[in-house]
Design a binder for this molecule. Sequence first.
Ligand code: EPU
Length: 429
Amino acid sequence: MDKFIIKGGKPLKGEVNISGAKNAVVAIIPAVILADGPCVLENIPDISDVSISLRILYEMGADVRNLGSGTYRIDASKITVPVVPYELARRMRASYYFLGTLLGKFHKARVAMPGGCYLGDRPIDQHLRAFSALGADCSLENGMIDINAGMLIGNQIYFDKITVGGTINAMLAACRATGLTVIENAAKEPHIVDLANFLNSMGADIMGAGTDVIKIRGVKHLKGAQYAVIPDQIEAGTYMVAAAATKGDVLIKNVIPKHLESITQKLAKIGVGVEEFDESIRIYADGPLVKTSVKTMPHPGFPTDMQPQISTLLCLAEGTSIVTEEIFNNRFRYVDELRRMGADISVEGKVAVIEGVGKLMGAPVTAPDLRAGAALVIAGLAASGVTEIDDIYHIERGYENIEEKLRSLGADIVKKNVPGSSVRKVEVG
Ligand code: EPU
């Protein structure tokens, strides 16, 4: 297995380009199944979640061509069997988006049940309730979710809990249902809007994405389309925090600053310099960093996917910071690893109390999940001495060429292959 070896203490300086958004592409790639012809997708990041999604389509019978520079031509019109191969589905949590898209196209779907998760319980009851509201029967058999609908009929779907995945799955199925579907208490993340834009470019009729209420008028056919995926809000936020943690000065390019507002506001409170341009953000830190409180919330609140990274930055700030995790019940597993590096953090339920220690020290650590892994990279870049990060396959699920991008900013980071050092587990996200 690969590990990252980081010699820390170097301020990041220069420019970095942000790739396409992971959490948008893992929905947009399955959505091509709904099209009657080929789709061309641009700004697709080279990350393992994308490889798995494309592999699933290929194994199901789609023609998948890599046109270079992050562009893929995918013709899924030859897919006839609405079943996702079990071994591939279980490697990626987001494979549940094949449920919505196959249900929309074939009125039936069979996909492996997503398992437990490193972030805590992650039920999909809201997804299944949405499918039922559209007229589908859902059952579980031999670890597979089986969904069948004679007809898909538009309906009102009210989510008891704001759910990104549930909202996406409801949109995917409803855009081919008969009549009007109204999703209430919908998630509003940028990738929800991106998926709606992609589906609309295929001929869907979706209004209100990005608000609490999404209205979808079902259509009989969707055509192939060419579409460029939005930049990754969380990748951008991760480089913003890395620049701040190393007291660097970095221009983060190819971003939508509006998507980053909750992060830029928090960084400014911590004492980090932020300069916004049309499609880029400059982050610089030359003064002291100060404590703050952070509470994760659905968009437009502070994203849970940035919680481990900002907590790492707060270890380097003066004073006591409070971080409250409102979305997942087990997203502080990186804290033990940060403690090895000298962090002073105590966790009680969903609240972490971070006593600023000013500096961290390099240590051997293990990435417990994707964003926690990114936080450990930030910690390693800021720390004195050498940090070795194990299980970096988690990080590679969501960050394109992270070590090359960081090296171009002056970081001393290398990837080393250590034969047999760890067993690869199921990948989730
Ligand atoms: N929930 C339910 N029932 C459901 C669905 C969700 O109780 O049917 C709960 C979850 O357990 C959680 C909360 O609702 O407590 C929110 O979950 P949500 O459905 O919004 O999350 P998700 O769709 O499973 C996506 C991202 C996550 C990101 C969350 C929140 C993808 C593939 N995953 O997960 O991304 O943290 O939204 O924004 O889009 C990551 O990128 O590192 C990552 C984990």
